[in-house]
Write a protein that binds this ligand. Structure first.
Ligand code: GLN
Length: 323
């Protein structure tokens, strides 16, 4: 019966980061965006920001990385805030595809007559086309403002990643043209794609993801100030989509084995959200938390190979599942 203190939790997390760091060898860093391939495959870091103000950080926590697909959650939220939930959901569905994130197949099947969900590239590009503004910078300004509200600083674009992605974006352009043909885009295709590449290239750290995750865990309220930053209805919808579609075509397994809303990106970042629960007496120091993970070595689905294992371990041992 170990007494659970912050020190105990810290050394527990340190031990398991060390353990799972070895497993970074089993994956590979993304190479289809050349700039991402420069990441160190051995990096693994985690930040956990608990509701009771406790922060636990371990491993490679100071390495900045681009948010990539994690931006799909934030842009979906902005689109819902700007246009209203029903406007957005009339144009993008909420069904998992079971296909890779950059799949075009579900569009061609035309079963739903719209992209399956906002967290595959086709749905995310459609969402980016809905954002207000004439230029990509105008479209993304509300996203930067939202991030700044949560983080206390304005994150910047990693220009090298942005240019690398823009210059090698054959598949995403193919998706863009196909969306254009189907008449799904709400604004100019090139501006929409530029918006999408920029949103993916915003640079943050695991601490930032954990801080944002904690706002999600509290249904959109910043627990430090008590101020509502994201409307509850929208953040809840985003969390449902993270749980069902957040980890690409490994979302089912993640829900079954980890059991918390999360979203990954090909740079190796993961944001995860453990809402506070009634029965958290075992972990009084945590009581709901946001978690940020970074591990650029990826599995065959494009998720951080060691990051998922680390999250699974911690969520299981700390009983974080929302079920
Ligand atoms: N920028 C990446 C792409 O569109 C994002 C994909 C991802 O993180 N899975 O290819």
């Amino acid at each position: 019966n170990t007494e659970i203190t912050q020190e105990w939790l810290q050394s527990y997390v340190d031990d398991w980061v060390k353990f799972y760091k070895k497993q970074t060898r089993d994956g590979e860093v993304a190479s289809y965006i050349p700039e991402l391939n420069k990441a160190n495959p051995n990096h693994l870091g985690i930040s956990i920001v608990g509701n009771n103000g406790v922060t636990i950080k371990s491993g490679d926590v100071d390495i900045p990385f681009t948010i990539q697909s994690i931006s799909k959650v934030f842009c979906f939220i902005i689109a819902c805030m700007e246009r209203g939930v029903s406007y957005v959901l009339d144009r993008v569905d909420v069904e998992p595809t079971g296909e890779a994130f950059n799949s075009i197949m579900h569009l061609e099947m035309r079963k739903l007559k719209k992209p399956f969900n906002p967290f595959v590239n086709a749905g995310a590009i459609t969402v980016s086309s809905m954002l207000n503004g004439k230029t990509s910078d105008e479209k993304l300004e509300p996203l930067f403002i939202l991030l700044e509200k949560m983080l206390g600083y304005r994150p910047a674009l990693n220009i090298n990643v942005y240019e690398s992605e823009r210059d090698t974006s054959i598949r995403n352009r193919a998706i863009g043209y196909y969306l254009l043909e189907l008449d799904y885009l709400e604004s100019d295709m090139n501006i929409t794609l530029e918006t999408y590449f920029k949103q993916c290239s915003i640079e943050i750290t695991v601490d930032d993801l954990a801080t944002i995750g904690r706002v999600f865990a509290n249904d959109g309220i910043d627990p430090n100030s008590g101020v509502e930053i994201i409307p509850r209805k929208i953040v809840r919808l985003a969390k449902a989509l993270m749980l069902t579609c957040g980890m690409y075509d490994a979302s089912g397994k993640f829900a079954a084995y980890v059991g918390i809303p999360a979203k990954s990106g090909v740079s190796g970042g993961i944001i995860a959200v453990a809402p506070p629960r009634v029965r958290d007496e075992e972990l009084p120091f945590i009581d709901g938390c946001g978690i940020g993970v970074y591990g650029p070595s990826l599995d065959d689905k494009g998720n951080s190979i060691a990051g998922i294992k680390l999250l699974r371990h911690i969520a299981t041992k700390w009983d974080l599942s929302v079920f």
